[in-house]
Design a protein around this ligand. Structure first.
Ligand SMILES: CC(C)(COP(=O)(O)OP(=O)(O)OC[C@H]1O[C@@H](n2cnc3c(N)ncnc32)[C@H](O)[C@@H]1OP(=O)(O)O)[C@@H](O)C(=O)NCCC(=O)NCCS
Length: 142
C-alpha cells in the first residue's frame, strides 16, 4: 500500500484501497509480484489474475523515486512470463486513457481493443475513460 499510495495520483481515481486488495489477494488465480531494491525495500508491484486461459494485469505501480529506471518494464516482462507459465493464451489490462503507462504497454505489444467510458472517478469528481489493451501471451500470435 505504501507503493500504491506513493505512485498513483489521486486526481485520477486509479488506486485501490487496502480492503480491495485484501479481498482480491486470496482468490484463486491471483498473484502479486514485488520488485525490491538491494535492501529488500519494495520499489514496485504488479497485481495479476489468471482465469480460464486469460490473464489480466490488474495494477502496476512503481514508487515515484524509482520511476523511469526500467522497473515497470521488468514487472511487465514478469507478468508476461508468469502468465505463460499459468497457461494463459491472452493477456488483458485496463488503463486510464492518457496514462503514461500506455506507451510502455504498447512497447510490449499490447493493442487497444476497447474503451469504457467514464470508468475512473477522480478525487475532484472528474471522470476518465479506461482503455482495454490486449495481446497474445506468445507475441507471434498477436
Ligand atoms: C506506469 C509506471 C508503473 C511505469 O513504471 P517505471 O518504472 O517508470 O517504468 P519504466 O522505467 O520501465 O518505463 C518508463 C516508460 O513509461 C512511460 N512513462 C512512464 N512515466 C512517464 C512520464 N512521467 N512521462 C512520460 N512517459 C512516462 C515512458 O514510455 C517510459 O519510457 P522512457 O523512460 O524510455 O521514456 C509508473 O509510472 C507508475 O507507477 N505510475 C503510476 C501508477 C500507474 O499509473 N500505473 C499504470 C496503470 S495500473
Amino acid at each position: 500500500m505504501r507503493v500504491m499510495n506513493d505512485s498513483f495520483d489521486p486526481a485520477f481515481g486509479e488506486a485501490w484501497t487496502a480492503p480491495q486488495c485484501a479481498g482480491l489477494l486470496p482468490l484463486p488465480g491471483v498473484w502479486l509480484t514485488l520488485a525490491r531494491d538491494a535492501n529488500s525495500r519494495p520499489l514496485g508491484f504488479a497485481l495479476s489474475r489468471v482465469v480460464a486461459g486469460e490473464a489480466e494485469l490488474l495494477l502496476l505501480a512503481v514508487r515515484n523515486s524509482a520511476q523511469r529506471r526500467g522497473v515497470g518494464a521488468r514487472l511487465i516482462e514478469r507478468f508476461i512470463s508468469d502468465s505463460s507459465v499459468r497457461n494463459a493464451e491472452r493477456l488483458h489490462l485496463e488503463v486510464r486513457d492518457g496514462n503514461h503507462a500506455i506507451a510502455l504497454y504498447k512497447r510490449y505489444g499490447f493493442g487497444e481493443v476497447g474503451r469504457r467510458k467514464n470508468y475512473y472517478s477522480g478525487s475532484s469528481g472528474e471522470r476518465f475513460d479506461a482503455l482495454t489493451l490486449a495481446r497474445s501471451t506468445d507475441i507471434r500470435r498477436t
